[in-house]
Design a protein around this ligand. Structure first.
Ligand code: BTN
Length: 178
């Protein structure tokens, strides 16, 4: 991996951490807050692509796992990964690969198609994985968990649109060696 690529990964990891400084917005009816940090995950996916994006998100999650307070609200540690929001964290790790697998579908190479692919991978699937784990960890009926996640769709849709618009402007060349 070239120095330039390592720098790109480190910068995006830093950006995800900075977005986590925005305080989470708690919702009374579900133990999952609205956060801005997932915008950083979406940017990692659409700007860096599957390999460097996964590295950037993986590095961020590793820091969180070993105790650096980099998650929204200054959270950290293994307990968060098995708590109510653990499913979203796993979804975040998968986001760059998911989004980019949708983007291999030819229709999704068009700018609007990219937003659809981004939405499927970074919003819909992450919310579904998050809901499934939420239902298990909080002992909530699956349908209730899924329905309560509808609250995230408007904000997360805006975030993926923004991430795709930014990615159109910030063209980060594909890595050849990772
Ligand atoms: C954490 O910091 O422990 C993870 C928070 C996960 C929040 C999820 S990500 C998808 C959905 N959109 C939001 O704004 N919040 C939830």
């Amino acid at each position: 991996m070239k120095i330039r690529e390592i720098t790109q990964v480190a910068l995006v990891t830093a950006m995800i951490i900075v977005l986590g400084l925005m305080p989470p917005i708690p919702l009374g009816f579900i133990p999952v807050p609205i956060v801005l940090q997932n915008l950083g995950i979406m940017l990692a996916a659409v700007v860096l692509g599957p390999k460097r994006g996964t590295l950037a998100v993986g590095l961020f999650l590793l820091l969180a796992l070993i105790g650096f307070p980099v998650l929204s609200g200054g959270q950290a540690g293994p307990a968060v990964f098995v708590g109510p929001t653990g499913g979203y964290l796993i979804g975040w790790l998968l986001t760059p690969a998911l989004v980019n697998s949708f983007l291999t579908i030819s229709f999704m190479r068009h700018p609007w198609g990219r937003m659809v692919g981004g939405w499927l991978g970074a919003v819909l699937i992450v919310d579904v994985i998050g809901s499934i784990w939420l239902a298990i960890s909080a002992n909530t009926p699956m349908l209730t968990a899924l329905a309560s996640n509808l609250v995230f769709l408007p904000g997360d849709t805006l975030k993926i649109v923004l991430a795709c618009l930014i990615a159109e402007r910030v063209r980060v060349p594909k890595a050849k060696h990772i």
